[in-house]
Ligand binder design. Structure first.
Ligand code: SF4
Ligand code: SF4
Length: 370
């Protein structure tokens, strides 16, 4: 029992540079989520919050980011409804052009969760379970089909007029509130899907990342242009296979000199596990400049810091929806529906009263008595 406990603690491997970066970004995401919750929750009672809305919350709206990208390409402007969604998406694309799908294994909280679920798999099954390669191949195409569907629908089916309409629509403007309600008023169906995905990710390592995540699929395609790549030197490689044994992307490293695969997440596990000093490494360009864990971490953090700083400087970070508009939307949506079904009539009555009070106050401030 004690050794199982030690094994669990050891498998958390908290102190590698990659894990530190992953945990740091995960804490930032949790902090932003909590702050957004504290921004919206008083509104449910008709109270205007003292805090402002955290802009990074738009990282959870990737479809909105794709719509914003088309809008940006056609108009040359970043829309002010959810500007940080597009900024975060563009930064993620930039990372894929330098350090492959490093976003997935260094930044994304779902990547971190998948890694821990994969470790749980290792603790539960002595011999790793692998799907037959034909099935793995078919399943891997799902994420590309999903990404292709979104890209086709947005870039080829939606005319620019509809893009403009969608961006300004209440559906898109308050998509962040809907996303919060997805977690705070989680429906039974959503719970079943979440648990099914968690269970599948324990039985089949990296199930979500490898087969379903369309964000990862887009980054994987961009990563073919990545400046950085894993390179193996056959002169120093003893073909021991330790790199392949531990590669989360299940890449046949020994068959290649240069890893082009869209499954490579620049996690550098292969480099770490290789017993030969000069056999394998992550190199920029033609292979002269080697990058270790610390350099990859610095590149990723710098890209995020510089990107966000420039967005703030150019006024493309915080959105232009007022707190009053959020309050109206939250009250209106609470009048008719909560996560489980239609709202009870007493609560609706209370909401209507709060709305009337807000409108009366607004009218008073616009037309003060003589
Ligand atoms: S772990 Fe190193 S030495 Fe062994 S096969 Fe991989 S690259 Fe070659
Ligand atoms: S172990 Fe190496 S080849 Fe496999 S995903 Fe990580 S960096 Fe890429």
């Amino acid at each position: 029992m004690q050794s199982f406990f030690h094994q669990c603690i050891k498998s958390l491997s908290l102190w590698s540079p990659r894990r530190v970066v992953q945990i740091l970004f995960c804490l930032i995401v949790v902090y932003i989520g909590l702050e957004f919750y504290l921004f919206i929750s008083p509104m449910e009672m008709g109270i205007m919050p003292d805090i402002s809305r955290p802009p990074g919350v738009e990282a959870f709206l990737p479809i909105g980011a794709l719509v914003s990208l088309k809008h940006f390409i056609f108009t040359g402007t970043i829309n002010r409804v959810h500007p940080s969604g597009l900024i975060i998406f563009l930064i993620a694309c930039m990372t894929a052009m330098i350090v492959k799908k490093g976003f997935c294994s260094w930044i994304c909280p779902f990547g971190l969760l998948s890694e821990y679920l994969a470790k749980l798999h290792g603790l539960m099954f002595k011999n790793n379970l692998h799907l037959p390669s034909w099935l793995d191949y078919i399943l891997r195409s799902i994420k590309y089909l999903l990404a292709g569907f979104f890209i086709w629908s947005i870039f080829f089916k939606m005319p620019i007029g509809s893009i403009e309409q969608f961006i300004q629509s209440p559906y898109n403007r308050f998509a962040d509130v809907k996303m919060l309600h997805f977690f705070t008023q989680v429906s039974q169906t959503a719970l079943i899907v979440i648990f099914a995905l968690l269970a599948l990710s324990i039985f089949i390592k990296y199930f979500w990342c490898r087969y379903l995540c369309p964000y990862g699929a887009v980054l994987g395609i961009i990563s073919f242009m990545s400046l950085g790549k894993i390179r193996r030197d056959p002169e120093h490689c003893t073909e021991c296979g330790k790199c392949e044994q531990h590669c989360p992307g299940l890449i046949n490293i020994r068959q290649k000199k240069k890893i082009q695969s869209s499954e490579c997440t620049a996690c550098l596990t292969c480099v770490q596990k290789c017993p030969e000093k000069k056999a394998i490494g992550f190199f920029l360009g033609s292979g002269k400049m080697k990058m270790g864990h610390v350099s990859v971490a610095v590149v990723l953090i710098l890209l995020f810091l510089v990107g966000i700083f420039m967005a703030k400087l150019s006024g493309n970070w915080q959105n232009n929806t007022s707190k009053a508009a959020y309050l109206r939307y939250v009250l209106q949506s609470n009048m008719f529906w909560n996560g489980q079904g239609p709202i009870d009539p007493d609560k609706r009555e209370k909401m209507i009263q709060i709305m009337k009070n807000i409108q009366a106050q607004k009218a008073k401030s616009m037309f003060p008595p003589d």
